[in-house]
Design a protein around this ligand. Structure first.
Ligand SMILES: [Zn+2]
Length: 266
């Protein structure tokens, strides 16, 4: 049995499958950002005992953090984890191959292999949840940046006079258009405009064939896919071709991508 984990800022999801992302078992719980790495491994160990007699063939973990090529977390603010060698801890605890990857890169791996980017030569994947992340996909490969940090779409500055972002800069898009920024606020045009401005600039820069949108904030009242598509020509270079703008077809692209990455490893 293969295990996939989506370790988010407030929730943890764990699923198991024999092949592909056809989940045979699923577990979801809130952790409120107070779970230690040791507690996480204990939860996973409990589920492997319950679901597959304690054995795991491989483990893929999607996490809201910057992760190095060895599966070490540099800082997961929502979890309060810093410099945690999570892949090594998992491989020692379960005696099987493990992969740990930034959540938005996992989602993009799913889109490249089985989702909306499968038939496109180039695509920009944007996940709008509590924060906003992205990954660029070219010919089936996910570009992660020179130091694995090319994932922070929400920190494109769309209003230099805007409010201070937790990253230290001022006027980042995610201070206006994100699940966190818009939670409980009255609907207005501002978040869609900020998102349109950021995406319009991305079109000018890379002219992708498709833009794939995912994440829970797409269900908030401010988000409107058709209105967003109408905004984009205003914010992008007129000679750049407008991309197809689509929603992710998967309910859980991060989990599926983490599973696919574990399959590449084992
Ligand atoms: Zn920021």
């Amino acid at each position: 049995m293969r295990y996939a984990v989506d370790l988010g800022g407030t929730h943890i999801r764990i699923a198991a499958a024999e092949s592909g992302c056809n989940w045979l078992h699923q577990h979801r719980a809130r952790h409120e950002g107070r779970m230690t790495p040791e507690e996480f491994i204990e939860i996973l160990a409990g589920l492997t005992r319950q679901w597959s007699g304690g054995a795991a063939e491989a483990i893929g973990v999607s996490v809201a953090a910057v992760v190095d090529e060895n599966g070490k977390l540099f800082g997961a603010e929502n979890l309060g984890w810093k410099d945690v060698p999570l892949r090594r801890l998992l491989e020692e605890a379960f005696s099987c191959p493990a992969v740990v990857e930034t959540d938005v890169f996992c989602g993009a791996v799913f889109e490249a292999q089985e989702g909306a980017a499968k038939e496109a030569g180039s695509a920009l994947y944007i996940a709008i949840g509590t924060g906003v992340g992205h990954a660029f996909i070219l010919n089936g490969q996910v570009w992660r940046g020179s130091q694995r940090g090319a994932n922070a779409f929400g920190h494109l500055v769309t209003d230099p006079q805007g409010s201070r972002c937790y990253c230290g800069n001022r006027g980042c898009m995610c201070t206006i258009a994100s699940g966190l920024a818009q939670a409980g606020t009255a609907p207005s045009d501002a978040p869609l405009e900020a998102l349109g401005l950021a995406i319009g600039n991305a079109i000018t820069l890379i002219e992708p064939e498709r833009i794939i949108l995912a994440g829970g904030a797409l269900n908030q009242p401010w988000f409107d896919l058709a209105a967003l598509a109408e905004l984009l020509p205003r914010f992008s270079y007129p000679a750049a071709r407008q991309p197809q703008l689509v929603r992710s077809s998967a309910a859980d692209p991060n989990l599926c991508g983490a599973l696919f990455l574990s399959m590449e490893k084992s």
